[in-house]
Design a protein around this ligand. Structure first.
Ligand code: ASP
Length: 344
């Protein structure tokens, strides 16, 4: 201890002579400056917050019905997170949606393992990964956020927590998913790539009447993935990010690639620095493509898509390859749109 103090003293006097920045010595040179904020506000180019103009955007075609469920809450002046949770639960509960919740496709060992996360306008976050036997991981993620001192629970521990909270334990593997898995086992072709048949994730971002943003993301991940594999969807910053001063973003597609560039956070940061939601999504997809190039990897069997909204109620969406759709709900509009893409 004495030696350490002596060392710091010597270093400090050395600084005076050679000018070592005080930050390297653990001092904060700006701590007298009132204006510095950890999270800089959006730039002067950023739009004004839209009030009393609720808006919901969700990934893929099934986002349309999820949006409808969420909308019933938002038009009654409900909170954005309630809307997001209810919208996502609708997809999770549908056995015909085979990439989410009940009915999700299993991993290569026949286990349906689910991932989800949720984030509100205050920066509260909850995430659950590698959860089995519970149909609504989005609600488990919310319970983790609201009822534990943590932000993420995994596997057995997450299941134990969910059961303590009263969630019902059930078999999530429906006959169609089991049949597909048995067919897949014959060739056991691996690694599985994200393509049009074997994935989807419900990601939903929304704004309520008060202009507050929130979002959620839920998935069974890539079909026939390795047991224990986690994608981007439950990773705050990758599969989802919300900054109430800027915008909200969620991702879908090959999670490994989204994680590589911390995709959703990246899109929010692009918006913070003045990009429209559309431009911001485009930049993140380009960044992903650049990583493929750098690593000399083939992207021909990969899909990645982002959707984004900003506080002004503008919408953006972009994907690596064709085929990414998203659902929009606002005022009298309830529709599925095709995202623009980078590579044919
Ligand atoms: N992003 C999900 C994952 O990697 C899959 C998907 O969106 O299709 O687990």
């Amino acid at each position: 201890m004495k030696n350490r103090r002596k060392f710091i003293k010597q270093l400090t006097s050395l600084t005076a002579v050679v000018g070592i920045p005080s930050i390297l010595l653990g001092q904060t040179p700006w701590n007298n400056t009132k204006e510095v904020k950890a999270t800089p506000p959006a730039t002067s180019k950023s739009p004004k917050r839209a009030l009393n103009r609720p808006l919901i955007v969700s990934t893929w075609d099934f986002g349309l019905k999820a949006n409808e469920a969420a909308w019933t809450i938002l038009i009654k002046d409900g909170a954005v997170l309630d809307a997001v949770e209810q919208g996502i639960r609708l997809c999770e509960n549908d056995p015909n949606e085979r990439s989410v919740g009940f009915g999700g496709r299993p991993d290569r060992d026949g286990h349906v393992t689910l991932d989800a996360c949720i984030m509100d306008h205050k920066g509260n976050i909850g995430s659950v990964v590698f959860l089995e036997h519970i149909a609504n991981p989005i609600s488990v993620a919310r319970a983790i956020m609201e009822k534990t001192p943590h932000v993420m629970l995994a596997g057995e521990g997450a299941l134990q927590f969910a059961l303590e909270q009263g969630f019902k334990k059930e078999n999530l593997l429906v006959a169609d998913s089991e049949r597909e898995w048995r067919e897949w086992l014959i060739k056991s072709d691996y690694p599985p790539a994200v393509n049009i048949e074997n994935h989807d994730t419900i990601g939903m971002i929304a704004m309520d009447n008060a202009g507050n943003l929130g979002g959620g993301c839920s998935t069974s991940g890539m079909a026939f993935k390795m047991h224990g594999r986690i994608g981007d969807s439950p990773i705050i910053g990758s599969g989802l990010y919300v900054d109430n001063e800027v915008g909200a973003v969620t991702a879908t597609g090959q999670g490994e690639e989204v994680i590589r560039v911390v995709g959703s956070f990246r899109v929010v940061e692009e918006m913070r620095h003045g990009a429209s939601p559309q431009k911001a999504c485009e930049k993140a997809v380009v960044a992903i493509k650049e990583k493929f190039v750098l690593r000399e990897k083939d992207w021909s069997n990969t899909q990645i898509g982002f959707i984004a909204i900003n506080i002004g109620g503008e919408i953006g969406a972009f994907s690596l390859r064709p085929g990414f759709t998203y659902a929009v709900k606002l005022d009298t509009v309830a529709e599925i749109r095709k995202a623009r893409h980078l590579i044919d």
